[in-house]
Design a protein around this ligand. Structure first.
Ligand SMILES: Cc1ncc(COP(=O)(O)O)c(C=O)c1O
Length: 364
């Protein structure tokens, strides 16, 4: 097992646990690595903010560049994040009037782009934008293999693009893909990306023949982020988890354990039952998410007891009152369970700065 240095700070010993601590140096390093890659391949970043939901961290991403704006999943998140940027992509379908009206309203004060995969969603957005007198940017979501959302064929993507092009209040901005299925070894990822590339190239060609431009081709997710240049026509990518990384990313082989910038400090609160120690961090802190690449590895990696599995397999049990540092399986839902997280500028700095999870609970 690789070892991570436990967090040390006098202030850390005094804050209430469970507490989510962000290592600013690791965040900077993760942001820089992605920004360098994007610059090298003339790609723009549009970081997915669902990982942190925080204006403070969004500002760091925008500063690291080269950013076309930010990505959110929900309209409520866009309403919060709009104070960080005037260019927001909503990367999840919106079909109901409450949401499409809110999007049309947001489009008065900034550039809003929405990914859709149905004429139903297009008509709802068009209706709202026409009534509001604003223009909403739209991307056609093409399923390139993850099979969550997205049109199933290139022909369908062209049909929907033509529908958008005719709709009032909307601007056809291009194509949206989510290569979330692209995981595994470099060879496996490259093979999967070449199939994605064929689909995108085909769509680009057919749209062009039909006289439709594709100014944006939006892709990207953390495991395949550094393979994004393999898909022609890609203009921007939306990695999210890369800002912190987590056990999914580490055990998948996409980062080092030392790149995990977010840890949860918990306290051992009971050892009264023989053979067990109990932490103050359960599913409402660590979530019940298993680690995808290592599903039997428990609910997090305990830095001070790397052989432990939350927490039954451990030769030297943590003491009552001991504080332990946990790298979670999946950081995004863990952040979403906190109203405030702690940011530490440098690994050896004593000071912890409280940061608000501004868009927490903005689920619609
Ligand atoms: C549509 C979309 N784009 C981008 C991302 C970012 O993926 P990751 O967190 O792996 O970087 C997600 C993650 O949920 C997503 O749903």
């Amino acid at each position: 097992m690789p070892q991570l240095a436990p967090l040390q700070s006098a202030q850390l010993a005094t804050i209430a646990t469970p507490a989510l601590i962000i290592d600013g140096q690791k965040v900077d390093r993760n942001l820089r690595r992605m920004a360098d890659y994007a610059r090298r391949h003339q790609l723009q970043l549009r970081p997915h903010t669902k990982t942190h939901k925080s204006l403070f961290l969004a500002a760091k991403q925008l500063e690291a560049g080269p950013c076309a704006g930010l990505t959110v999943a929900k309209v409520g998140e866009a309403e919060v994040l709009k104070s960080a940027t005037n260019s927001i992509m909503i990367a999840y379908p919106t079909v109901d009037r409450a949401r499409t009206d809110a999007i049309a309203e947001l489009a008065h004060s900034g550039n809003i782009v929405v990914a859709v995969d149905s004429a139903f969603a297009v008509d709802a957005l068009s209706d709202s934008a026409s009534r509001a007198g604003s223009t909403v940017g739209v991307l056609v979501d093409l399923d390139v293999g993850f099979h969550r959302t997205g049109l199933q064929t290139v022909e369908q993507s062209l049909d929907l693009a033509q529908h958008i092009d005719r709709a009032s209040g909307l601007a056809l901005n291009g194509l949206f893909i989510y290569p979330g299925h692209v995981t595994g070894s470099t060879e496996q990822r490259h093979a999967a990306m070449s199939r994605v590339a064929e689909l995108v190239d085909d769509a680009h060609h057919r749209w062009q023949q039909a006289g439709l431009a594709m100014p944006i081709v939006s892709g990207g997710t953390t495991p395949s982020a550094f393979d994004s240049h393999l898909v022609p026509h890609t203009t921007e990518i939306r990695p999210g988890t890369y800002i912190f990384n987590d056990l999914n990313i580490w055990r998948g082989g996409y980062c080092e354990l030392d790149d995990c910038a977010a840890t949860i400090v918990a306290t051992v609160v009971s050892n009264a039952v023989p053979g067990k120690v109990i932490l103050d961090a359960g599913s409402k802190t660590l979530t019940s998410d298993r680690c995808g690449p290592a599903p039997d590895s428990g609910h997090g990696y305990i830095v001070e007891h790397p052989e432990a599995m939350i927490i039954s397999r451990c030769e030297a049990h943590p003491r009552l009152g001991e504080r332990v540092t946990i790298v979670p399986n999946h950081i995004c839902p863990c952040v979403n369970l906190q109203t405030q997280i702690w940011f530490r500028e440098a690994s050896d700095s004593e000071e912890l700065q409280a940061i608000c999870v501004d868009a927490r609970g903005r689920l619609s």
